[in-house]
Write a protein that binds this ligand. Structure first.
Ligand code: TYD
Length: 225
């Protein structure tokens, strides 16, 4: 390409307006994150060809993620293996974030990356705290991980989430018990004031299109879409 002032100006404008986005979807099991991840992915994909959109999730399917999945499948008591899970989720995240950083740093030419991640350290704060690990101890292990651009916390009552899970007709997993999920929801809601970052609470009891509309409005308000 022949570089003149106009090219340079256009690229500067593109880079100014299109910053890499690291977006997290969070919430208790059954809150409907999966659907919203797919809608967001399609939205970014259709919006602009210069946006490179990636979706990813935690726990991963790496060595630590697989060890976590084994524990989640084989144990019934939601409070058991708290320390071991804290340790495994932290190691899994350390591996995962190095891949995410590579993607976010790859702002080549006029291409701009967007990473949408289904669960991140907010899950560790909420779940492992509900398992009994003190907030401060969790904070020591999580505070140095890359902060997201924005976190959308899909909030729904535990009972309604459990109903969705049982309507989906899959088996109930380790953390999917009413008492645990009720406390978990409160621990999630507290994160907004405990962590110094942009966490937005979304009403996830609404229909899928209504939840997506709320998400789009939040992203528009922040100039992210
Ligand atoms: P889940 O989102 O259900 O993963 P997948 O759909 O890929 O099977 O996550 C598995 C469980 O792990 C879920 O109940 C939340 C829990 N979890 C934690 O307890 N701590 C964490 O840090 C993360 C990321 C998840």
């Amino acid at each position: 390409m022949f570089w003149n002032h106009k090219n340079f100006f256009n690229l500067a404008i593109a880079c100014f307006f299109m910053k890499p986005i690291f977006l997290i979807l969070e919430g208790i099991d059954g809150c409907g994150k999966g659907e919203q991840v797919k809608l967001l992915q399609n939205f970014f994909y259709d919006k602009n060809k210069r946006i490179d959109v990636f979706t990813t999730r935690e726990p991963t399917y790496g060595q630590y993620g697989m060890a976590i999945r084994h524990i989640l499948k084989t144990e019934e008591d939601p409070k058991s293996s708290a320390d071991e899970l804290l340790n495994l989720f932290t190691k899994d995240r350390a591996e995962h974030i190095s891949t995410i950083k590579c993607i976010l740093n790859n702002v080549s030419g006029e291409l701009c990356p967007v990473v949408i991640c289904d669960r991140y350290y907010h899950s560790t704060y909420a779940f492992q705290q509900t398992q009994g690990v003190p907030f401060e101890r969790i904070h020591e292990t999580q505070k140095n991980f890359l902060k997201p651009t924005i976190t959308l916390l899909l909030d729904i009552e535990a009972r309604a989430a459990l109903e969705r899970i049982s309507n989906g007709r899959r088996g109930i997993e380790k953390f999917e018990k009413l008492d645990f999920m009720t406390e978990l929801r409160q621990n999630y809601l507290k994160l907004k004031s405990q962590l110094d970052e942009d966490i937005v609470i979304i009403d996830a009891a609404k229909s899928i299109p209504e939840v997506f509309q709320q998400i789009l409005e939040v992203l528009m308000e922040r100039g992210l879409v």
